[in-house]
Design a protein around this ligand. Structure first.
Ligand code: TRP
Ligand code: SF4
Length: 400
C-alpha cells in the first residue's frame, strides 16, 4: 500500500575502510538506482556503545558522509541524513517501547554477544538493550519495504516485523472499523466497490493471493481516497485492522568478505585495514609490507598462494589471467613477491581513483555536504512526520 522504499544506516565509529565498501556500500550504490533509498548516519546508535566517549562521533559523521559520497552514493538519487536530526525516530522508539516485551530485546543474539565481546565497556545499560528497538523505529518510521543489511542484522529485522505486526494488532483496532471500512469502499465508486468486495471475498474465503494482489493494485490506482481510508481498505482486505506500520523485508547484502592486510577479515580492531580514501603512497606501502607465504624467504624459494594473504586480495582484485600468472609464478618462483603485490596495489588504487576524485570536491567545499544533509533531513522528516501523525492518533495522543 505504501511506496517501495529502502532504509539503511551505519554507525559513525571511525574511518570507513574497503571492508565497509565491499561489505555494504557497494550494495547501496546498486540499490539507489532501483528504488528510492534513505541512508542515514546512526549517531544515536554509536552512542549506545560510545556513551562514555562521544568525542569521535561528530567528526566520524562528516567523514562517513564524505566516504558515502565518494563511494558513489548519489544525493540526487538517495536521501542522506543524520538520525539525530530527525527526532521523530526517538519519539517512535519511545512509543514502541511501551508495548515491547522485555524478552524480545533480551533474546536478540547480538545483545549477549556484544556484551561479551565488548567486556571492557559497561553495556548493562537501558540504551544498549534498546538498540534493536531504536533500529526498528529507524525503519518503521519510513514504512520501508526493504532493509539492506548483513547476516548479523537479520534478527533485528525479524524483530521489526514482529513489532509492526504487534503494533497493527493492538492499535489498528478501531471500534467502528467495519463501518468505516465499508464507507471507504463506497468512496471507490460503485464499479470499483463491487470488484473490491469480490476480490476481498475471494482472498478471505478461498485464500487467493492473486485476488489480494489485484485488489491492492486497484487501491494503488484509486486517486480520490484519503490516506486514512486507503489504510483502512488495505487492512480490511486482509482482516479487520488498519495497517499503520509496514513489515519490512530483509535484503541480505551479498557477503563479499574483504580480507585485511593479514588475511583475517578487514576490521578496525585488527588494525589490518586500508581506508576508503587512503593516500596512494600509504596504500602502496601497506600492501608492499604485507606478510607473504612464510616459505618464500628468498626470491628463489617457491611459494603457495593458498598460504599467502596477498593471494586473498588477488581473489577480489585480479582477473583470471592475472590470477593464473600469480599461481604459476609463485609456485615456480618465477615471479617475486614485490611484483605480485604491485598488481594488487594497482587494483586497489584503480578502485579508489574515482572515489578520491569525488571526495575532493566535498573536501574542498564542506558546505556542499552540509547542504546535501540539510536537504536529506528535511525530506526524511516529512516522511517521518506523516507516520507519526498516524501513530499518535491511534495511540490516543492526537490532542488539539
Ligand atoms: N545496527 C546497524 C549496524 O550496526 C546500523 C543501523 C542502525 C541500521 N539503524 C539501522 C541498519 C536501520 C539498518 C536499518 O550495522
Ligand atoms: Fe604471496 Fe604473491 Fe609472494 Fe606468492 S608471489 S607468496 S602469492 S605475494
Amino acid at each position: 500500500m505504501y511506496a517501495d522504499r529502502v532504509v539503511s544506516g551505519m554507525r559513525p565509529t571511525g574511518a570507513m575502510h574497503l571492508g565497509h565498501y565491499h561489505g555494504a556500500l557497494k550494495n547501496w550504490v546498486t540499490m539507489q538506482a532501483e528504488l528510492p533509498c534513505l541512508f542515514f548516519v546512526a549517531d544515536w546508535h554509536a552512542l549506545t556503545t560510545h556513551y562514555d566517549d562521544p568525542s569521535i562521533i561528530e567528526a566520524s559523521t562528516w567523514d562517513m558522509l564524505v566516504d558515502w559520497l565518494a563511494a558513489g552514493i548519489d544525493p540526487s538519487q538517495s536521501t542522506l541524513f543524520i538520525q539525530s536530526k530527525v527526532p521523530e525516530h526517538a519519539e517512535l522508539h519511545l512509543l514502541l517501547s511501551m508495548a515491547t516485551p522485555l524478552g524480545w530485546l533480551e533474546r536478540v543474539p547480538t545483545y549477549k554477544d556484544q556484551i561479551e565481546q565488548l567486556a571492557n565497556k559497561d553495556l548493562a545499560t537501558y540504551g544498549f538493550l534498546g538498540y534493536p528497538l531504536l533500529q526498528a523505529a529507524d525503519v518503521l518510521i519510513y514504512r520501508a519495504s526493504q532493509v539492506p543489511v548483513g547476516a548479523d542484522q537479520v534478527p533485528h529485522v525479524e524483530m521489526m516485523r514482529e513489532l509492526a505486526r504487534r503494533f497493527n494488532h493492538i492499535y489498528g483496532k478501531e471500534k467502528d472499523f467495519e463501518e468505516k471500512a465499508q464507507e471507504a469502499v463506497k468512496k471507490l465508486g460503485s464499479k470499483r466497490a463491487k470488484i473490491y468486495n469480490e476480490l476481498r471475498v475471494e482472498f478471505q474465503q478461498d485464500g487467493k493471493v492473486d485476488a489480494l494482489e489485484q485488489a491492492k493494485a486497484m487501491l494503488d490506482d484509486a486517486q480520490n481516497l484519503s490516506m486514512i481510508d486507503r489504510e483502512r481498505l488495505f487492512g480490511y482486505l486482509e482482516g479487520c485492522r488498519k495497517l499503520i506500520l509496514v513489515e519490512p523485508q530483509v535484503r541480505l547484502t551479498v557477503a563479499s568478505r574483504l580480507p585485511g592486510l593479514d588475511g583475517r577479515k578487514m576490521s578496525k580492531s585488527y588494525g589490518n585495514t586500508i581506508a576508503l580514501r587512503e593516500s596512494k603512497d600509504v596504500v602502496t606501502k601497506k600492501i608492499r609490507t604485507m606478510l607473504t607465504d612464510p616459505a618464500r624467504i628468498h626470491r628463489t624459494d617457491p611459494g603457495d598462494p593458498e598460504k599467502c594473504p596477498v593471494w586473498q586480495l588477488h581473489l577480489i582484485y585480479s582477473d583470471e589471467n592475472k590470477k593464473e600468472w600469480v599461481t604459476k609464478g609463485c609456485k615456480s618462483a618465477g615471479i617475486g613477491c614485490i611484483e605480485c603485490k604491485q598488481i594488487v596495489a594497482d587494483g586497489v588504487l584503480k578502485e579508489q581513483e574515482p572515489m578520491r576524485e569525488r571526495a575532493q570536491k566535498y573536501l574542498d567545499d564542506p558546505s556542499l555536504v552540509r547542504a546535501i544533509v540539510a536537504d536529506g533531513c528535511d525530506k526524511a522528516r516529512k516522511l517521518a512526520q506523516e507516520t507519526m501523525r498516524d501513530v499518535r492518533e491511534v495511540m490516543g495522543l492526537s490532542y488539539s
